[in-house]
Design a protein around this ligand. Structure first.
Ligand code: HEM
Length: 261
């Protein structure tokens, strides 16, 4: 007979609590570092789960539930941004007690973060090929590489609702970066002037775009206060590299149209 369901068995608490394994005898602050990264990975997992659902809802023409799902993603993103406060309680010298143990390990190698970027329309072959063939990470990124992004799902949805989304955008190569389109902007300007229901959907995408940039900004400030101008364990120039990833909107058309409204 199978054992009764309990909190511990359902949530696999024993397994979960056995996963925080410092490389050596634990340095006090290393526990926080491990836990916070693992928590982020769990949030990435949940966000990806919701992003996929949102794409399916848009394909089915169900905007209310898609918007509800976006709201959940945005709420998680806010928590993800605010969690950086916890890490900022760690001083530069506390970080140095275990930094060497990280060797070349870095958040730069988080495949789920790259999956999130892919789902948002920022794809790069280098991010796929960084992971060995046959690995879970490689398979997940290869799968997302060819899939439509959130932006593609929104454009498909708007076309379903009768908006004259240019055909070349509906058939675009989903592995290519999302480029601004003046023809689409004309459609969006009309939508913003006359369709308050769909304005709400578009505004949730702007929230998402701003939220991701907010995370990047808070992360680079945390990096600056923790390691200053040192290079990263992942081999980049550190904060100089991270600054270069900021101010690159995910959905450029939604920003461009504001000047014309
Ligand atoms: C003391 C804490 C942290 C420091 C000093 C730090 C430092 C850095 C540095 C220097 C980079 C640039 C790549 C490199 O050369 O390593 C980077 C990238 C990154 N870090 Fe952190 N990080 C910290 C915490 C976190 C946390 C908690 C997360 C959550 C998952 C995270 C996620 C990322 C991601 C996703 C990137 C890649 C960003 C991109 O390429 O756009 N980091 N980090």
């Amino acid at each position: 007979m199978s054992e009764a369901v309990t909190y511990g068995r359902y949530l696999k608490i024993d397994e979960l609590l056995s996963l925080q394994q410092p490389r050596d005898e634990v340095e006090h602050d290393e526990m926080l570092f491990i836990v916070i990264h693992q928590v982020y990975e769990l949030w990435f997992k949940e966000v990806l789960h919701e992003m996929d659902y949102c794409g399916r809802l848009l394909a089915d023409g169900d905007a209310p539930r898609a918007q509800h799902t976006l709201k959940r993603i945005l709420t998680i993103l806010k928590v993800m941004v605010s969690q950086l406060d916890i890490l900022e309680t760690m001083t530069p010298t506390e970080f140095l007690t275990f930094r060497e143990r990280l060797e070349s390990a870095s958040g730069f190698q988080s495949d789920q973060f790259r999956q999130f970027e892919f789902a948002l329309g920022r794809k790069s072959r280098a991010s796929v090929e960084r992971f060995p063939e046959g690995s879970r990470a490689r398979a997940a990124l290869e799968d997302r590489w060819g899939r439509p992004t959130l932006w593609d799902a929104v454009l498909g949805y708007l076309a379903q609702k009768g908006y004259a989304v240019p055909a070349d955008l509906l058939e675009r190569d989903v592995t290519a970066p999302v480029e601004a389109s003046e023809r689409l902007q004309a459609v969006l300007i009309e939508l913003y002037r006359s369709d308050p229901v769909h304005v709400e959907l578009c505004e949730r995408l702007v929230d998402l775009d701003e939220g991701v940039q907010e995370w990047r900004y808070r992360h680079v400030k945390m990096v600056e206060r923790t390691i200053g101008s040192k290079s990263g364990t992942g081999g980049s120039a550190g904060s100089a590299y991270l600054w270069s990833t900021l101010n690159r909107p995910l959905f450029p058309d939604l920003w461009e149209i504001r000047a014309a409204l």
